[in-house]
Design a protein around this ligand. Structure first.
Ligand code: XMP
Length: 588
């Protein structure tokens, strides 16, 4: 089958490029050995990914010159684009200003932009720029801040883009990638039938005659994997366990078990470990520590019940890990750490090192898992459910054990941009450039104008690096917030479950559940009169690597605010107006 290869040069988005190409119908994957792959007859084209390095520094990701002599089309993106220039005799200059975010480019006629208007909005994330083009290249797109936004050498079919076509914010990104696939004469032969066959085959090869044990969190990935394993190996060789960790959504555990039992699966056991998890999280504040505790306890809980399973050669453990889970946990050689995923805590890592874990979905994105679920006949309501993190509400209950920090100088900088904004004394996780950040959000007043709010949000996070997120006030009694000292307690879990369930009901009734990718509801220890604050984080996304905050109808936003404020213990409601990057989807 014809295929395209992506060379991972260290960016967060390397694998996303392969996902996008597969979505277009081209078989594409990350190259494990560039020289072997590039020389292979079925490989029709090569894509060089972005990455955080500078080409002129020592020890940075590199490519063999030989690939330029194979006569195969090459497309470099961001760092890949600069590496082409650097290797072929051009010059890359250190950037004086970093350019993150949307940019307008003007393009010239090129096969890469075939069928597109000459004015386009693209997403840039770079410091360095190409100052001198390599011989026989010409510029085919420029932006105000970047002259060489795109270049080509049509004789050799080598192309470079300073921007990221794989990221949703680039409006014609998919078309540009499709144009490149066509330049490569690569046939579109990839579909969900191929996924199913390929993954089923991998499961059979890995499992041999062994049985498979897996934890079914109830999320889309683990439920699809459980169903798939049953289909491929038969019920008698699969045993699922659902642990109620006490951090689930309201009635979630009961619903998961009922759903799967109704589908004929009797090889699934429920473990009620609520009190164990609650006790282990007592007094814990740090987000990474919470993740560590929740992840390790999962293993402890299952070990009690399944020691024999874990030590026996007859059993393997399966995990529903998907690609974004590993990339954001520094799962590839060159990527930077965004957060520790619960599937990669040390105890699970030990089992992985012992070769006892299989992760059949680890190359897929959520949209591909859903396709697979559909292919094996799963109900749309099950595969259409919003993603829910393994550590559950544990990453949505913000904790604090510090007194109010002094934020006056940060507030001074913020007020130069928006006089009525202020910095809030809690912190949340974000991703800026290719790195993970843990910083304060800014709070801005209510406005009906989403576009204005989006511009304001981008302006604040672009100009003040110490702020990684912006929220808007939806409803509150008064504006004097007090920072509370709070950890995860049963009262707080119940309060959040109640708020989260109410939000799900309201958006479902309004017909918005299926339009939103995911809508975390977060509890923050910010108080006005003894209660706390609820933060709404609805996002639109295709794979959670990047996301835009959802611009819900204002009547719905108002309704959510009004109804949430009726809950005893809720003092204020905020709405997160940050895209990812710079804010992650979860707050942690
Ligand atoms: P972030 O917050 O990094 O989240 O933008 C990206 C996607 O991953 C989900 N998420 C997790 N899923 N275990 C999971 O199974 C985890 O530890 C975890 N942390 C985040 C998140 O809900 C979003 O869909």
């Amino acid at each position: 089958m014809d295929r395209l290869i992506v060379v991972d040069l260290g960016g967060q988005y390397a694998h996303l490029i392969a996902n996008r190409l597969r979505r277009l119908g081209f078989l594409a994957d990350i190259s494990q050995d560039i020289l072997v792959d590039a020389g292979s007859a079925d490989v029709k084209g090569i894509i060089l990914s972005g990455g955080p390095s500078s080409v002129y520094e020592d020890g940075v990701p590199d490519i063999p010159e030989k690939i330029f002599e194979l006569g195969k089309p090459i497309l470099g993106l961001c760092y890949g684009h600069q590496l082409i220039a650097h290797k072929l005799g051009g010059k890359v200059n250190p950037g004086e200003t970093k350019e993150y975010g949307l940019a307008n480019i003007a393009t010239k006629p090129s096969a890469l932009f075939s069928g597109l208007d000459s004015d386009q909005v693209v997403w840039m994330s770079h410091g360095d720029t190409i100052g001198v083009l390599p011989l026989n290249f010409r510029i085919i797109a420029s932006s105000e801040d970047c002259v060489t936004a795109a270049m080509e050498n049509t004789d050799k079919k080598i192309y470079g883009l300073q921007f990221h076509p794989e990221v949703n914010h680039t409006e014609n990104g998919m078309k540009i990638l499709e144009n490149f696939g066509n330049i490569c004469n690569c046939k579109k032969e990839w579909d969900s039938e191929n996924y199913f066959n390929q993954i089923s085959e991998q499961i059979r090869i890995h499992a041999k005659d062994r049985k498979i044990f897996l934890l079914v969190s109830g999320g889309v990935d683990s439920v699809v994997l459980f169903t798939l394993l049953n289909k491929v190996l038969g019920k008698h060789r699969v045993f699922g366990m659902h642990v109620d960790n006490g951090l689930m959504r309201l009635d979630e555990s009961r619903n998961v078990i009922t759903e799967l039992t109704n589908n004929g699966f009797d090889n699934l056991e429920l473990i009620d470990a609520r009190s164990l998890f609650h006790a282990a999280l007592k007094g814990v504040v740090d987000p990474e520590e919470k993740r560590e505790i929740i992840g390790s306890l999962f293993i402890d809980v299952i070990s009690v019940k399944s020691d024999a399973i874990l030590s026996s050669d007859e059993w393997l453990v399966a995990q529903g890990t998907i690609y974004p889970d590993t990339i954001e946990t520094q799962g590839t050689e060159n990527a930077a750490l965004i957060k520790t995923h619960h599937n990669r805590v040390p105890k699970m890592q030990e089992l992985i090192d012992q070769g006892k874990v299989i992760e059949p979905l680890s190359h897929l994105y959520k949209d591909e898992v859903r396709l697979l679920g559909k292919k094996i006949g799963m109900h749309p309501d099950i595969i259409g459910r919003h993603p829910f993190p393994g550590p559950g509400l544990g990453v949505r209950i913000l904790c604090n054990d510090q007194s109010e920090p002094d934020l006056s100088s940060l507030n001074d900088s913020l007020r130069k941009i928006e006089a009525s904004a202020f910095v809030i004394p809690i912190k949340s996780v974000g991703v800026q450039g290719d790195n993970r950040t843990y910083r304060h959000p800014a709070l801005v007043p209510f406005s009906k104008d989403w576009d204005k709010l989006e511009k304001l949000s981008t302006k604040i996070t672009n100009n003040i690096q110490e702020i990684n997120r912006v929220v808007m006030i939806v409803k509150q009694m008064k504006c004097a917030f007090r920072l509370l000292k709070r950890t995860i307690t049963e009262d707080r879990i119940q309060l959040l479950q109640q708020a989260d369930s109410l939000v799900t009901q309201i958006i479902t009734r309004a017909g918005y559940y299926d339009k939103i990718w995911q809508m975390p509801v977060v509890l923050a220890p910010l108080s006005i009169q003894g209660g706390e604050t609820i933060i709404l984080r609805p996002v639109d996304s295709q794979e959670a690597m990047t996301a835009n905050f959802s611009k819900l109808p204002l009547a719905l936003v108002n309704k959510l605010g009004e109804e949430l404020l009726k809950i005893e213990g809720v003092d204020a409601v905020f709405y997160d107006i940050t895209n990812k990057p710079p804010g992650t989807i979860e707050w942690e």
